[in-house]
Every structure is written in C-alpha cells, then in structure tokens.
Write a protein that binds this ligand. Structure first.
Ligand code: ARG
Length: 715
C-alpha cells in the first residue's frame, strides 16, 4: 500500500504525459505529436487534422449520435459496428426475411436499404471559442447562468452555420474551463449495405460482452447518399452515393505486438476527474440500483423472447441495449473495488489538500464537495429509481409522452394547432413503441419495479399516490399487492394497445387522459420528482459544477507541465498507443489476438450465443481464406491495444502509423471496466475486430466482391 502511495504521488506531482491514456482533441494534437512519432506514427500532424486540405478527419464519421464509423471507399461506403447498426438491421428483419439471423449483403446499390431517422455527421472544423464564451459569462450570477450560456452558445452556433448548410454545437471542455465549437455536415439518407448474421456479428453474446479473449466480427456497413451536388438531402430514390473528401485505405498485412495504433472517434462520456465522494456513491448505491432494476426487465423480456422467434426479433434490440449497460455497471463496480480506485482518489485528494496549504483559494474545495454529497445521496438514488425504475417500465415511459398533450388540453380554450402537434408527436412514436411492446412481460415488470421503489426508496420521498395505491390494494404480501396494482393498470389503461391509443387520439379529452391509470401513475411519480427531489438534485449540480470547474483548474495549476485531456463528451478525439497483450491475473497471460480456430473452439450448438453458421465452418475446414490468412494459415479475428476509448467509440477506425485501416474498435475488457473513471495502465485495453476477418467475411462468406472492389487495399 505504501509503495502504491508513493507511486501515485509521483505520477501526480511530476506530471508528464502518460502515453496511451488520453482522448485528445484532434486540433490540439501538436502537443502529442512527438510522442506519437516515437510510438510509430508516420504522418504529419496536418495529415491527421487540417481544415483547408483533406485529412484523416474527413474519413471519420459520427454515426447516428452514439457511435463512430469510417468512410472506406470513394462511393461513401461506411464501416461501423454490428451493435451500432443493430436497430436498423433488426428493423428490416421479419420471420420471412430475417436478416438479423441470416445476414445481409447488398450486391448492388439498388439492394441497399434506407433507414428513416438515421443520420451521420462529418466534422468540418473545430475552433476554440473559450475567450468569447468566458467574456459573455463574466459576472453573470448563478440564477441567470444557464440562460446566458445557452444564448452565447446559440449565437456562436448560428454564426458558424450561416449560409453554409452546416450544423454546429458548442461544447464545454475541462469542466467549463474551455469551450469549442464543432461544425458538421450532416447527412440523413443512410442506407444499410451489409451485415453478417448476428451469430457472427454478436458472437459470444452477453456472455463474452466486455470480455477478452473475444471472437466477434462486430461490424456492419452503410452508405452515405447525397443529392446530385454531393450535398446532404433527405432520402430520395435518385440520391447518389456521396463522394467523400477522403476515404481510408485498408492494410491487410497484419499487426504485431508493439505496433502503433491510433483510434479516431467520438467517445461519449468519461468522468476521469471524479472525486472520491462520487465514486463512493456509485459503488454503494447507484450502480447496484441500476443493475437490480435492469435485471427485472431483462429477466421478463427473456422469458417472452424464448417463447417465439417473432417476439425475439421484435424485442432483441431493446434487450441488447439494456443488457449492455447492465453488465457494464456490474463490471464497473467490481473493478472500482478491485483496482482500489476509491483509495487512489482519496490519496490524490490528500495530496491536493497538502498543496492547498500554499494555495488557500482552493482550501474549501473538497469539503464543499463532501457536504454537497451528504445531502445528495438519497436524492441521487431516487433519481436513478425514477429513470431506471419508473420509466424503466415501457408502459409508463410511453405514457410520459402524453405529457405534451395534457398540457395542450389543460387550458380553458385549447388551441387546436397545439393539440394536433401533440397528437402527431405521439403518433410518430407509436409504431416503433407498439412493435416491441409485450404486455405479458411488461405487466410483471411494472409490478416488480413498483415494489422495488416502494421498498428501497425512503418513505418520506414516496409520492402520496403510491402510499394510497398500496393501501387500497393490500394483498397477503408485497409481491401480491404490487401484482394487483399492475394488473389493474394494465386492465384499464388505453395506452396498453395501439388501438386504444389511436381511439383516444382521434378525439382526445383531458378528463380521459387524466383518468388513465398508466398516465396517472407517471404523473404522480413525475410531479413528486419535480417538486420534492429535483430541487435537491439541481442544488447539488450547481455546487458540483462550480466546484468541479475550480477543481479542474486547480489540478492544472498544480501540475503545470502535464498535458491534460478533457473528459469525453461526444466530440471527436484521437487516442494512440500500441498493440499489447496483458496478464489478467497472477499466472495467466492473454495473447494480443484471437483466431478463427478459437471461434470453432467456442462453438456450442446448444447456446444461442455461440452458434457458428455452417458456411463459416465449411470455409474454415477448406482453409479458404484467400489473401486474408495470417502466417500460420488461420484468420486473425480480434486484437487488443492499449488505446483509451469508451462508449461512442464503437465502430471507430483503428489505424496504423500510415493512417491505414487495420481494425474497428468495438469494446473494452472486463479487468478495466472502471476505465471511464480511472485509466489503469496495466489492464486497460481496447478490443478491436481485425480488418482481415471483416474483409474475409464480406468476400468469402457474403460473396460481396462488389464491396471489396470499391476499397483501396494495401497488401
Ligand atoms: N460492449 C459493447 C459496447 O458497449 C457492445 C457490445 C454489444 N454486444 C453485446 N453482446 N451486447 O461498445
């Protein structure tokens, strides 16, 4: 322990860049450039990011708000993860044409499938606007801060997009110590081009998820379509493939341990400068609550999905989404404990307190945090129960979408336009909601979630409505009480069926809506939340933001020579490192790559998660690997490197020192699941799919040589 302390203290005060850790802003890469060269980068800094000439950034594409993708041909062909395209793939699947299970390979443009609602954005530029924002916010008091901030953001955004058809967003960095505007070109005609069967694209399922060694080909392909002028346009049959400024060449020579890897993408969220108080709360309360609440949904959904294939197809996308972060929070908690992150943070804070003796302006910082957390704890748990519990019920979540309509109806003379708008908003969401809504499982889920809320949230925070419900429906035990409550809601609510909702929406009435038990349930919990809980959360956030900003600034002052990176916030970043094996525990070594032989080893015909399609087995037996084989005559499937990624990086290009595509990132590893809060040098790895496995599948398994022919392949 002592040794650990000294080591941390040294890291903390000497303050050099630690290679591999860091999600760097592309426009500021000049500070990392020497380090990148030392590790193997062969490109100039301008080749990575340049706003006047084409550079790598032009080939990296923000995918549908939650993932990353890359352009790999001059016809706008996009590569991303299977789990990023999952929704689209599942949407196109029926029991008659089940592309989720069988795969899909478009052999011509005409076969590519459109996806209403899907969008991608290409980064045009990013600029530092800190001075302007800071000046506008100077002297603004806490009460007016949010409004003033929104105003200056909007002003900068509209200037950046004036007359150019672009979109822009101002983003805060370093906890409000800096601000950048990001300008994008956004496209909305995005068509599905290819996906392997999910037995390959999601091989290993939830069992292997967040784990190494891995054998998944987590990829799918789309294409960007533009109008005849190569500009964004809504879907139209005669739109044409987008001609990009830049596409990535693909290198199939393979990787060795120690090779340079660079990942360009859009990481969603990290919390690397979190205090020990926040970590304590996550470990003790929030993470276990999320896991327990999600368990309820997953168990009931699974029961129904196991009963029929058509139900499984309809529900599998929502199941995958909830299961992914259910397992994430289990892992995060486990590793926060195992890697003693709390203790490390506490040591760091001790050092900080020492330092404040000569910097008294920061002396009260940590105790301010500590006090804020004291009040926040129980309210934070309530907020989690509201999000994952109350609206964790699909029925209640959908009932919530009637709020706008209630507002429009709840005046002396309702405005017909407002009512119509509210009705249309609900109607627009109906199809996708009812498609995957399964009453049988949802009735059980609502019963259980309500019971958990009742038992685990302090009574003083309960809505009066809940107290009354329980009184009126008292059964022999809590389980029975809550089953009765849920059954009554499901029996009487018109929201449980599309026919019921449609009938109501044809002639909406305020009285009917307010009397609906599902809507009343939502309203009661929501009103209680807004009135009694949210003020505490807001008060906490105000302190946490203000102190967080100061804390960040102080940390930077304390380590003036350290090259800091801002937390991930869904903006473009670059991370670099090398291909690297690791030892997950004493006596165990994990290789840095896996192979197709390993897929065959893992095959288990009895498990849905470990099926291997017949055709893949034939190719394997015949060793029909073409130009994609490794030196041993096998296929490399996945590999690991010590790059610093998180959710949102899914689908990101992994590039070699020449900026050529060698893989796509798709996951993190179990031993470093605490990575969003703390980057552990020893364990943290990025899991990527080897580009040779992907090309082999497109070419030999899918027979889509048309796609291979579009690509620039470096042999
Ligand atoms: N853990 C991956 C990520 O968040 C998603 C993997 C999807 N696969 C799955 N079995 N759920 O990027």
């Amino acid at each position: 322990m002592k040794k650990l302390f000294i080591l941390i203290a040294a890291l903390f005060t000497v303050g050099t860049t630690i290679a591999d850790e860091g999600m760097w802003l592309p426009a500021l890469l000049k500070n990392n450039y020497e380090d990148m060269q030392r590790l193997g980068l062969k490109l100039t800094a301008d080749q990575l990011y340049d706003i006047n000439h084409s550079s790598l950034k032009d080939a990296v594409v923000w995918f549908n708000g939650g993932c990353t993708s890359e352009i790999i041909s001059d016809e706008g062909l996009l590569l991303t993860n299977h789990h990023c395209g999952y929704d689209a793939i599942a949407n196109h699947s029926t029991t008659a044409d089940d592309i989720l299970d069988n795969g899909f390979w478009a052999k011509s443009y005409a076969e590519e499938k459109s996806n209403p609602g899907m969008w991608i954005s290409i980064l045009v530029r990013m600029d530092d606007v800190s001075d302007r924002v800071n000046k506008a916010l100077e002297g603004v008091d806490a009460k007016n801060m949010d409004a003033k901030r929104a105003e200056i953001f909007k002003q900068i955004e509209s200037e950046a997009t004036k007359d150019n058809g672009y979109e822009a967003m101002v983003k805060s960095m370093f906890k409000d110590n800096a601000f950048y505007v990001f300008v994008f070109e956004k496209f909305t005609d995005i068509r599905l081009v290819a996906a392997p069967p999910q037995s390959i694209g999601k091989f290993g399922g939830d069992t292997d998820n967040w784990m190494w060694p891995r054998h998944t080909a987590d990829f799918s392909m789309f294409r960007i379509y533009a109008n005849k002028d190569n500009k964004p346009a809504p879907y139209a049959a005669d739109n044409v493939p987008y001609k990009p400024k830049r596409s990535l060449a693909i290198n199939i020579k393979g990787l060795n341990e120690g090779d340079f890897t660079m990942i360009y993408g859009v990481p969603g969220r990290t919390n690397r400068y979190e205090t020990s108080f926040g970590i304590q709360l996550a470990i003790d309360k929030i993470n276990p609550a999320i896991v327990a609440l999600r368990d309820v949904r997953l168990t009931s959904w699974k029961e129904e999905m196991n009963k029929s294939d058509s139900v499984r197809l309809l529900m599998s996308s929502q199941y995958a989404k909830i299961a992914n972060y259910w397992k994430y929070y289990i892992g995060q908690t486990e590793q926060l404990k195992h890697l003693k992150v709390l203790e490390e943070k506490q040591q760091t804070e001790k050092q900080f307190t020492e330092w404040t003796k000569t910097h008294p302006e920061y002396a009260s910082l940590l105790s301010n945090f500590e006090n804020a957390y004291k009040d926040y704890n129980d309210y934070a748990l309530h907020a989690t129960y509201f999000r994952e519990g109350v609206t964790g019920s699909s029925l209640i979540a959908f009932a919530a979408s009637f709020t706008g309509l209630e507002k429009a109806l709840n005046t002396d003379k309702p405005n017909a336009d407002d009512v119509k708008k509210a009705v249309n908003a609900i109607k627009a969401a109906e199809d996708s909601f009812y498609k995957s809504f399964n009453s049988k499982s949802e009735e059980k889920i609502l019963a259980k979630l309500t019971q958990m809320f009742y038992e685990n949230i302090v009574a003083s925070q309960h809505p009066e409505y809940l107290t009354q419900l329980v009184k009126k429906n008292k059964g022999d035990n809590n389980g029975e009480t809550f089953q009765t409550i849920s059954k009554k809601i499901f029996d009487k609510s018109f929201i449980t069926t599309k026919a019921g909702s449609d009938k109501f929406l044809d002639s909406p009435s305020l009285k009917k809506l307010q009397a609906d038990p599902a809507y009343a349930y939502f309203k009661a919990f929501y009103d209680n939340y807004i009135k009694n809980i949210k003020p505490h959360i807001d008060a906490f956030n105000a302190i946490n933001n203000a102190e967080g900003k100061k804390y960040m600034k102080a940390l930077m002052e304390m380590q003036p020579t350290k090259n800091f990176y801002p937390d991930a916030n869904s903006t473009f970043r670059v991370t670099y490192g090398t291909v690297k094996a690791y030892d997950p525990k004493d006596g165990v070594h994990y290789n840095y790559y896996t192979t197709l032989s390993g897929v065959m080893e893992k095959e288990d015909p009895k498990s849905f998660e470990f099926q291997v399609p017949e055709k893949l087995k034939e190719l394997y037996k015949a060793k029909d690997f073409g130009q994609y084989a490794n030196a041993n005559g096998d296929i490399n499937t996945d590999f690991i490197s010590n790059n610093d990624i998180t959710g949102g990086n899914s689908g990101s290009p992994v590039m070699n020192g020449n900026g050529e595509l060698v893989g796509i990132a798709f996951d993190g590893n179990w031993e470093a699941m605490s990575g969003d809060i703390y980057f552990d040098q020893k364990y943290k790895r990025t899991i990527s799919c080897d580009i040779r496995y992907i090309l082999f599948l497109i070419d030999k398994f899918g027979g889509a040589t048309n796609l291979i022919n579009e690509m620039k392949i470096v042999k």
